[in-house]
Design a protein around this ligand. Structure first.
Ligand code: NAD
Ligand code: MG
Length: 401
């Protein structure tokens, strides 16, 4: 056997993966899977923000071509950490965009927040497969994003576990067979709290998710149920569903991720252990599947699966997101920006847990007229609305502080 040829064939068959947000929870889980499947995947570019040590360590281990930190003040640190490796690096917004634009077969879009929108839109232009973890892209700019993906022929493979489940259930279905998609939510750490108790919860309690290990922003979103609200909007764009076709159910065991009901009375479901490596692996291997260390679930062991409706009185974020969904997602950028500011404030002890929905509600109230004549069809319009909502949310925070 000619080993040289076999090796070069292997290299050319390897998929090149760029990870936007490599140092985060989804990014690190993606690297874990690539490390376990190193014959099939190699890293093109990696991006991060403040954690230069992790970013450089991963870039060296995975022999990245290009590495970028979002913080332009950290360029010298990154350069020093990569000295002698020959790995190209950059810093600031333009460097993140460069990482997103460089040649790759798959881009894992795992930056948190609206900061992920511009680079992911850029990645759509050149990368055939986008593993979409960053739900904020679709919440803030769903129509723009999906239109651009279609124009460039990019495949969007959802990484959010519920949407990955729906994507898998929908593979063999004609769109007109589908009646509704139901996303499940664990209910977070405060599922059974009364309104009074919710008024007293702490940051430490909110950061303790019962089932999932995630970054701090999405963990707080899971505690307020805003995460599920954002996901309803995300699902409406991904699967072209009307507001009344997207529902949610509280399912504390986080085993069933999604239910798809069809017009003939069948309901399809996707089940797996609550480990993000299942949906991440699916987006990396699509349309195949890859070996992962996660065992299929054992229903006899689990024994009980329970479901209950979401409570929009105790969890007003769910109501606010549903209202945005019902009004065709036009206020998506406002909902998202006010939430990002309020969650950050809560994490910095600048407001209470229940002030989060109050701030979002007030921002939506004040800004709902702006841009309501049309769905923002360009990035600048989305970012302008985002900025206005941020200023307003900061002002509201001063009032509530
Ligand atoms: P995280 O906070 O753990 O990581 C965020 C990543 O984004 C880090 O690499 C960070 O360096 C980078 N980043 C932060 N600010 C940035 C900026 N301004 N510019 C560029 N990069 C920046 O977040 P996460 O939990 O991995 O979540 C990432 C995305 O995936 C979020 O949109 C989240 O909603 C979604 N998601 C996460 C999970 C999960 O299990 N963690 C599940 C479903 C969906
Ligand atoms: Mg999810």
């Amino acid at each position: 056997m000619n080993t040289e040829n076999t090796q070069s064939n292997q290299t050319s068959a390897m998929k090149r993966v760029t990870i936007l947000g490599a140092t985060g929870s989804v990014g690190q889980n993606t690297l874990d899977l690539i490390r376990r499947n190193s014959a099939a995947y190699q890293i093109a570019s990696l991006t991060g923000n403040q954690n230069i040590t992790q970013l450089a360590k991963d870039a060296i281990e995975f022999k990245a071509d290009f590495v970028a930190t979002a913080d332009d003040k950290r360029y010298e640190d990154l350069k020093a950490a990569l000295a002698g490796t020959g790995i190209d690096c950059g810093a600031g917004r333009t460097a993140i965009i460069e990482a997103a634009s460089r040649n790759a077969d798959i881009c894992m879009a795992a930056i948190v927040g609206v900061a992920g929108l511009e680079p992911t839109l850029k990645a759509l232009e050149t990368t055939p497969v986008i593993g979409l973890a960053n739900k904020e892209c679709l919440v803030t700019a769903g129509s723009l994003f999906m239109t651009k993906a279609r124009e460039h022929g990019a495949h969007i493979i959802p990484v959010d576990s519920e949407h990955s489940g729906a994507f898998q259930c929908l593979l063999a279905e004609c769109p007109n067979n589908i009646k509704a998609v139901t996303l499940t939510a664990s209910g977070g750490p405060f599922r059974s709290h009364s309104l009074k108790e919710l008024g007293q919860v702490t940051k430490q309690q909110a950061l303790k998710h019962p089932n999932w290990e995630m970054g701090s922003k999405i963990t707080i979103d899971s505690a307020t149920l805003m995460n599920k609200g954002l996901e309803l909007i995300e699902a409406s764009h991904l699967f072209h569903l009307k507001a009344e076709q997207v529902n949610m159910l509280i399912h504390p065991q986080s085993v069933v991720h999604c239910l798809v009901s069809c017009k003939d009375g069948s309901t399809l479901a996707q089940l797996s252990a609550p480990d993000m490596r299942v949906p991440i692996s699916y987006s990396l291997a699509w349309p195949e599947r890859m070996q992962t260390p996660i065992e299929p679930i054992d229903l006899a062991k689990i024994a009980h699966l329970t479901f209950e409706p979401g409570d929009e009185v105790r969890f007003p974020c769910l109501r606010l997101a549903r209202e945005v969904l019902e009004s065709h997602n036009i206020a998506g950028p406002v909902l998202n920006a006010a939430n990002e500011v309020a969650v950050e404030a809560f994490l910095n002890d600048h407001c209470t847990f229940m002030a989060i929905p109050d701030i979002i509600d007030a921002a939506l109230d004040k800004l709902s007229g702006i841009g309501s004549n049309h769905d923002p069809q360009d990035l600048n319009a989305v970012l302008h609305l985002d900025q206005q909502a941020r200023y307003l949310a900061f002002d509201l925070l001063k009032l509530t502080a």
